[in-house]
Design a protein around this ligand. Structure first.
Ligand code: NOJ
Length: 837
């Protein structure tokens, strides 16, 4: 009998759910890295390196030196004896945070709206190049947690889409691009940090099937893509904190998904010393923690715990090995440059060690890492725009006689684009949300600026009315314009700070700054009103969609620094819109079927009772008509679909992984003489730095280590899991079982790109109506046809079976739906059942 990955206990007699009913079952020991596809060379190099380290040197790699202690967002200790500089970790994920001469990229949600693997890959590569140029080892991104269960979730925009397949493709391409540039990617936040309210205490409670089919899915893709690090999140999962959740870290991530890199804590998400180490945490960030004599759960405390036997040598070796394997995997040993900026100081000179204000030196060399990325940012910005409505060929614009640009969201922030720290304001045009995912703009092209310059070239009369609140003024400004373009927005961010009562999560799904009234005012007098929305996710806009004077609507997401140029490219047809919405637009706040939990108590219980029915899966199940469905987006041209063929491919039968791991390896020898773990005499310690040395050879239990969970120290061979076997899970899951072909033709008059989408119905009574399982961007000139081939994998047609702890292709009849959105299906057929499952 297999051990259930996540215990899901629901009281049979009552719908009332108590905290103790959701329990995360323990899983020990923490699996040790073993190399494997894509990791063998890095593993060998890491093994050589770690074998030379002393205990304190190993510990130094695992523990941050403290908040703001050194130059980067996160800083580990170093190994000076071997000339190894400390590791530098930096936010992420939309640009290099806290520096200058960097780019600001379209946010994750906009990148996802391109549905373009190649653009996602190029974005990942460009991000990686910028991080590399600043001397950073680890980019703290991309994000697939939150996935986007709650449309109001404050950080959804940092990630890609509430659809796990689209998120999975996007995260994999981003990871590959970033790591190709020689920077370790860190996929975050693992896992179920789906809202900002109570993020540090909330328990996200869910069942094993939902975990696998929804939330874990994109993390599996990240692991399969070779991601070097994973950040565990603030929240609890079934009542155990994510950074000491053995089900999440040991069982799912390191065993089932065979993750070979390292797990770091989110900042302050570590809550224990020995327990987190035995639960699979490999790096503590930013390092400082409790008020013990080390100021840390780890550092010297971890050294003590190894010396007193609480933490076996194999576990500390595994931590160090995983960290170094990630380092070598992306070629950091060949590509490292000096850290040439400080996160905490803008001036050229200042304290190297900011927390203690010591070590004055040149901290900012102002290295320009922007390369040619502005053109890619503009391209992604334009290609992520979703054309939601276009009546009577209102768009593209062709030298209109006059345009009136209306609204704050079209303007510069009068105090500059970086005036608000971490973008915690919504002044001027919105091109990113707020929080740790922000970066400083090198510049921000406001829509009004770009449209004015276009108008000048065209001989169009241009006017610009900036206020959202002076409605008579807005009406007067658009009365005679041949086109009125109204810009509106909705913001969200990270919950360490609220903005206008929005504690990260949005308090409602309406437009900000009176956007609804502004649109109404403009559309009441101008029969050719175009509405552009910059937003972090869906907003309630059905009244705009149905307004007869609104001739066009566009969702321009969070486009980054080239915002104005990108929207102008689309409005004027230089780029034919191809974006598709990566989430569903409901008509009412209740349409999504979930709400932000507002509760009190130490561990508020957020029960994911909807299972995997979030976003379009919920709308389909509940029969709710959205304003715009998942995958929707118009073009200036037309496409037809024909010639659907489905070919089962001769795969091999699915083999569950069996057998046992090798025993836990150790690397080098731990000197058990505790005096070797004391700081060298007269070492010039940096004040407030966290070091790996112990305080006292006679007090090796000072950190409170002691009894540990059964099995947690066991380094003997362990059972492998049936769904495991290689990074990302059982390799058989990725066998192609069907090849599906369809012909797409551009029947319109303009060149354009269609995003062809493949949905599958898995057919069971508990399955969603359809799930996305393929997409491709097909560029076509007028009259041209191209064949699209969708490679459907075994995973794509399988469901998670909690009993066997494996994926199975159920016996239910399965259908294939090819379309231009989740609801506009052009072709349909059934899948034959003769494949080997
Ligand atoms: C907390 C955020 O949740 C995380 O995303 C970020 O990387 C760290 N802070 C460091 O800024």
């Amino acid at each position: 009998m297999f051990h259930l990955a996540l215990l899901y206990l629901l009281a049979a007699s009552s719908s009332c759910v108590h905290a103790q009913q959701y329990i995360s079952a323990p899983s020990y020991p923490s699996p040790w890295a073993s190399g494997g596809p894509g990791w063998d060379e890095a593993y060998a190099k890491a093994k050589d390196f770690v074998s030379q380290l002393t205990l304190v040197e190993k510990v130094n790699l695992t523990t941050g030196t403290g908040n703001q202690a050194d130059l980067c967002t996160g800083n580990t200790g170093s190994v000076p004896r071997l000339g190894f500089r400390h590791l530098c970790l930096q936010d992420g994920p939309n640009g290099v945070r806290y520096t200058d001469l960097n780019s600001v990229f379209p946010a994750g949600i906009s990148a996802a709206a391109t549905w373009s693997r190649s653009l996602l890959r190029r974005r990942g590569l460009a991000l990686g190049e910028e991080f590399r140029g600043k001397g950073i080892d680890v980019m703290l991104g991309p994000v697939v947690g939150p996935l986007g269960r709650d449309p109001a979730g404050g950080r959804n925009w940092e990630g890609f889409s509430p659809d796990p397949y689209l998120s999975g493709v996007a995260v994999a391409e981003t990871v590959k691009g970033t790591q190709e540039a020689g920077v370790v990617a860190c996929v975050k936040h693992y896992i179920l940090n789906e809202q900002e309210h109570f993020r540090s205490g909330i328990s996200s409670n869910l069942d094993d099937r939902t975990m696998h089919e929804l939330y874990l899915w994109p993390f599996a893709d990240a692991v399969r893509a070779g991601v070097g690090s994973v950040m565990c999140s603030y929240n609890r999962i079934n009542n155990t904190f994510a950074c000491e959740n053995t089900q999440a870290l040991n069982y799912l991530l390191k065993n089932e998904l065979s993750f070979q890199g390292f797990v770091m804590s989110d900042w302050g998400a570590q809550h224990s010393g020995a327990i987190s180490a035995l639960s699979g945490l490999d790096m503590a960030m930013p390092g400082d923690g409790p008020r013990n004599s080390y100021g840390s759960y780890w550092g010297g405390a971890l050294t003590e715990m190894v010396l007193n036997g609480t933490i076996p040598q194999w576990r500390i070796d595994d931590m160090a090995l995983r960290i170094m394997a990630a380092f070598y995997k992306v070629g950091r040993d060949m590509k490292r440059v000096d850290i040439n900026y400080s996160s905490w100081v803008n001036a050229t000179s200042g304290p190297r060690y900011f927390a203690s204000k010591t070590g004055n030196t040149t901290v900012n060399q102002h290295v320009n890492v922007q390369g040619e990325h502005s053109s890619l940012i503009r391209e992604i910005g334009a290609k992520s725009i979703v054309l939601l409505k276009n009546v009577g060929h209102s768009l593209p614009l062709r030298k209109p006689s006059s345009i009136a640009v209306i609204g704050e969201d079209a303007q510069d922030n009068p105090r500059g684009p970086n005036a608000c720290v971490d973008r915690i304001c919504n002044t001027g045009t919105l091109a990113m949300g707020w929080g740790s995912a922000t970066a400083e703009y090198p510049y921000l092209i406001a829509p009004a600026t770009a449209l004015e310059s276009q108008a000048k070239g065209d001989g169009t009369v241009f006017s610009n009315f900036k206020s959202n609140w002076d409605l008579p003024g807005a009406r007067a400004a658009v009365g005679n314009a041949s086109v009125a373009i109204v810009f509106v927005n909705a913001d969200a961010g990270e919950g360490y700070k609220d903005l206008d009562g929005n504690l990260g999560d949005r308090k409602n799904l309406t437009l900000w700054n009176g956007g609804d009234s502004l649109v109404e005012a403009v559309a009441s007098v101008n029969p050719n009103t175009i509405v552009v929305i910059h937003s972090v996710g869906p907003v309630l806009i059905d009244h705009i969609k149905t307004h007869p004077n609104v001739t066009a609507m566009l969702w321009a997401g969070l486009p980054g620094q080239e915002s104005g140029n990108a929207i102008t490219d689309v409005l004027y047809g230089r780029v034919n819109p191809q974006g598709k919405t990566p989430f569903t637009w409901g008509k009412h706040a209740g349409d999504w079927g979930v709400a932000t939990l507002n509760a009190t108590g130490i561990a508020p219980q957020q029960v994911f009772s909807e299972g995997s029915f979030i976003d379009y899966r919920h709308f389909d199940l509940a029969g709710i008509e959205p304003s715009f469905e998942f995958g929707f987006g118009l073009s200036y041209t037309n496409f037809t679909y024909s010639n659907l063929t489905i070919t089962p491919t001769n795969g091999t039968a699915y083999q569950p992984d069996t057998g046992k791991s090798a025993p836990a390896p150790t690397f080098g020898v731990v000197d058990r003489n505790a005096s070797s773990a004391l700081a060298p005499k007269s070492f010039p310690k940096v004040p407030r730095f966290i070091y790996p040395w112990i305080n006292d050879v006679n007090a090796l239990n000072s950190s409170g280590s002691g009894t540990v969970p059964a099995g947690s120290q066991d380094g003997s061979p362990q059972n492998l899991l049936p769904a495991g076997g290689a990074p990302g899970g059982n390799p058989g899951l990725y066998d192609i079982v069907y090849s599906i072909r369809v012909l797409i033709t551009n029947t319109g008059a303009l060149p354009g790109t269609e995003i062809a989408q493949l949905y599958v119905s898995l057919g069971g009574p508990d399955d969603p109506k359809v799930v996305l399982r393929g997409f491709d961007d097909v560029e076509l000139s007028p009259g041209q046809s191209k064949e699209v081939v969708f490679a459907v994998t075994r995973r794509d047609i399988s469901s998670w079976d909690p009993v066997t702890q494996n994926w199975i292709a159920s016996p239910y009849p399965k259908g294939v739906y090819i379309g231009t959105s989740s609801r506009q299906i052009m072709l349909h057929d059934n899948l034959s059942r003769d494949i080997l499952t």
